[in-house]
Design a protein around this ligand. Structure first.
Ligand code: MF3
Ligand code: CO
Ligand code: CO
Length: 256
């Protein structure tokens, strides 16, 4: 059940690839403005990874055709970058980037707000980031995995948003997707599974303005809300330490 448990020397590798993912986000951020296509963002990421000796974990995964996922407005996850999808004023977009470097994977996603975004959409994006941060803050050895979903629900519910149940966080490390599954809502099944030092996983809540259910486009990937409500997601790759948690997909500062 806890397949993704890693040694301290592996944590160093996970830190390096996580730093690379964070720096890639910082590189693309100034370009994510009205008028750019999601296809262009995909090419910028592909080039950044290539120049840094890394590769996209997504490209070719179960036939996935691009290097990142770009999910705009009502798309919950797995939007495929395209030159035909041009970001416009008022849009919200999730860029989800998983990279592999020297055999280890780092997986993170961020939201970007394009120009003048509606107050409710801003609230959606902010609440989702708050939910991720609150969930990270409870992670430590001995804490049940169910605390993650419980914490996310406590942040999200007062705002009247729903939590997507069709996609989960996951163990990660030498492979992109591993056990355990990480639920973003409370399920007592995870009460008995406790975090241990060395456990590496993602938390990646998706929250919607309307109903939680999704439908998949004809491309076989793009997951949209059934009711056209908008959706936000934030994601980090984390590791449980002896006394708490470390976020791999943030930039390394004064660390060696
Ligand atoms: N980055 C996604 C995740 O958070 C995985 C995308 S797999 C893809 O798990 F092939 F669809 F890109
Ligand atoms: Co991801
Ligand atoms: Co993930």
């Amino acid at each position: 059940m806890l397949a993704s448990v890693y040694a301290p020397k592996d944590f160093k590798r996970l830190r390096v690839v996580g730093d690379l993912v964070a720096r890639c986000f910082d590189y693309i951020t100034p370009y994510i403005k009205a008028g750019i296509s999601t296809g262009e963002i995909d090419r910028m990421v592909a080039e950044f990874l290539r120049e840094n000796g890394a590769r996209s974990s997504d490209l070719g995964y179960q036939g996935y055709p691009k290097s990142i996922c770009t999910s705009v407005n009502d798309v919950i996850v797995h939007g495929i970058p395209s030159d035909d999808v041009i970001l416009k004023d008022g849009d919200i977009v999730n860029v989800d980037l998983t990279a592999e470097y020297k055999g280890f994977h780092g997986d993170s996603s961020r939201m970007f707000m394009i120009g003048n975004v509606s107050p409710r959409a801003r609230e959606l994006v902010q609440t989702c980031q708050d939910a991720l941060n609150a969930a990270i803050a409870v992670c430590a050895p001995g804490v049940p995995l169910s605390e993650i979903g419980k914490t996310i629900e406590a942040v999200v519910k007062p705002h009247g948003f729903s939590i997507s149940r069709d996609f989960v966080g996951h163990g990660i490390g030498k492979v992109m997707h591993d056990d355990p599954q990480i639920y973003h809502f409370y399920d007592k099944m995870w009460d008995k599974v406790k975090m241990v030092p060395g456990l590496v996983f993602t938390i990646e809540p998706m929250i919607n303005t309307g109903r939680p259910e999704c439908k998949i486009d004809a491309d076989g990937w793009t997951a949209r809300t059934v009711d056209g409500g908008w959706s936000a997601q934030w994601e980090h790759t984390l590791g449980i330490t002896e006394d708490g948690v470390t976020i791999f997909t943030e930039k390394m500062i004064n660390e060696n």
